[in-house]
Write a protein that binds this ligand. Sequence first.
Ligand code: ADP
Length: 446
Amino acid sequence: MGHSWSEEAWRFVLVVLAGTLLGLLVGHVAAVVLVAVIGYVVRHLYYIHRMQRWLDDPYLGKMPAHFGLWGSLYARIHRLLEAHRRREAQLQQQLEQFRRTAAALPDAVVSLGPAREILWVNEKARSMLGLRIPGDYGRPLANLFRAPALRQYLERGDYKKVLEITAPGREQRQLSVRAVPYGDGQLLVIFQDITERYRLERIRRDFVANVSHELRTPLTVISGFVENLRANPDICPEAWRRPLKLIDEQSGRMRQIVGDLLLLARLEGGEAQLREAPVDVARLLEGAAEEGRVLADGNVKFQVRVESARQIRGDAGLLRSAVVNLVSNAVHHTPAGGQISLHWVDEPGAGCLIVEDTGEGISHQHIPRLTERFYRVDAGRSRERGGTGLGLAIVKHILQVHDARLEILSEPGEGSQFICRFPEARLVDPGQRQATDESRIADHSA
Ligand code: ADP
């Protein structure tokens, strides 16, 4: 380019020189130089015009042949266009491949624009969601879907969770929804048919609940008789005393397991009726610490720190049961002389209820599995002290129905921290509570 440009500059100097010489010969230097420069400019204007016409459709029109500066410009533009054409073909191919892959997916895929309007859907989305294409393109997905939970999910913008909903117009079909943000405010929404998994889960849940329920009556009868026999030494032979004591203990344990399983089934199936009200966390922690003190029999020190005045909107009974569970675990795993702290503190966007101990701690490999039913680090020891292995599973589910999460931090030999994180939406300022009470009173009087 530099070379052809200097060539062109020389060409202009030559035109001016030739004009000057000719002007000297005819005696009108200025006029002849002016005519030569005008001629030079007109030639370039003509070339610009030709280039403009060619650029209107560079792929169809034949590229004009040129040399010098114009030739080099044409060659460069041509190279750029070729590179662009190759890239376009490549993108087209990739797009085609993506379309074919998305079409072959067993899940419904819907791409949404910034206003959550439908931009594109795959083949499966038409049959699974009943979308009409191209008629539904450009329409907001939530309007076509009449599922308030989906509308909230799309509006809230927290796509870490997977949503489960009933398919539109098909009550028996369950779908899981997962959204993935991409590009400039766009969203890829993936719908998966989980009807079968849902059905199997329900069968499992119902089975456990039914078995537990059926076991409850025989267990109560056995316990009743054993209790009676033990309470009347005159009708109970001496040799039976020890076996009866063991039967009593074991049937008590079974009753505990059955009770825990039934509670879990209720929590899991969403059947637990939450009696929601603002729960005073200071009182909750004091109560749990008191139970812990009795259980620990003076062997460990207790500390309660309440650094937030906020209350939790939830079921006081269930929350109490969760905290007492954590405290009783802490007591069982903290040797004499240790300390157990109960702490309520504000965190950005959450309220944290922490039960911390200076006990034996837990090895890393066990931590992710502790909330599984019947998972115990040392099953023998847990059974010995009457543990069912269901405590943390219950805690997790109680927190879940309160939209809260359980986090476990622990180091062997250095104690454990069980952190229950309640989202902002579950927290109530005491002042706010008063306002709600007042409005309730006002409602009554009206
Ligand atoms: P369990 O009836 O055995 O207490 P949980 O579900 O309550 O059942 O607890 C599961 C396991 O987690 C326990 O068996 C124990 O190994 C471990 N664990 C729970 N809390 C603590 C703690 N504070 N310190 C150490 N280990 C703990």
